[in-house]
Design a protein around this ligand. Sequence first.
Ligand code: NAD
Length: 323
Amino acid sequence: MSILVTGGAGFIGSHLARALLVRGERVVAIDNFNDYYDPAIKRANAAELAQHPAFTMVEGDIRDAATVDALFEAHDIRRVAHLAAMAGVRESMRQPRLYFAVNVDGTLNLLDAAQRHGCENFVLASTSSVYGETKRLPFNEEDPADRPLAAYPASKRAAELLAHTFHHLYGMNITALRFFNVYGPAGRPDMMPMRVMEAILDGTEIPVFNGGNIHRDWTYIDDTVAGVIAALDRPLGYEIINLGVGAPISLREFIETIEALAGRKLKARSVPTPPTDPPITFCDNSKARRLLGFAPSTPVREGLARTWEWFRGWKISIGQWPD
Ligand code: NAD
């Protein structure tokens, strides 16, 4: 019996795979190691996981139905954590067709193969950005989520809707988890935490939306992973569940926290917030608490301290830490 983690070489996928292996599960992962960000990071994640005897990495593309089907043929996959995706909001407007091919067609391949092979529980990674610029705070799963601001959230919302069809027609258990701004060690280099840390270290100036006056509900990776595992353990029919802390902070405060850890100032240039990005993300996590026993326990200061420690160690290990 195995658990399939798609996107298993990525940020959340590799942390999830590691936690499942520690718990004694057999894990099969698929990833295409694309170059949306430096694939060396994904190779390093995969190499570390490959040291575990219960881990199998398949290099392949979820857009290819035969590749996905072969995974289910070769391994006794009972549960799926479907995390593989193109995940950048602004990049999605440069390559909208790619985003729909991976996030919708790829998800269709996974749902179809999982259904035909009798998968018991399917967890789908969705995003807080499906809420768009809603005026209702905090974001609640009952909100319509039908006004996406970019192709990325539009594709994720489409995947949620497609998942409902598979539940309706075939009785599949599918939980779509709407992640809120996940950060932590080995985080994505295109996201704010890593961009700020890199820029502080090498002294480059970076653009900051609206002078830092936008708010994000940051979730530490270990809390996100605990929520995904809870969802994998609980077949719930069809549910959409927010997975976030419910404590948004301004980007300015977020940056100041990193500056305090680094003992240096960021060179920031204020730019208008692009129309693809909402002014705030704010999670109502009462449903996750009720259905998944979700109880995020990492305040952002502590999570950033751990992330900074990892960042420092990583830079030292690759010889890029200033003397
Ligand atoms: P990530 O980019 O690090 O991980 C995604 C992985 O999917 C990558 O390793 C990538 O190579 C792989 N992938 C992409 N296209 C593929 C394809 N065609 N075939 C096979 N593999 C493919 O991103 P992440 O931050 O770990 O995100 C994981 C999931 O969580 C994604 O579905 C993302 O949309 C969702 N999510 C993340 C956040 C966040 O804050 N990090 C927030 C909301 C939702």
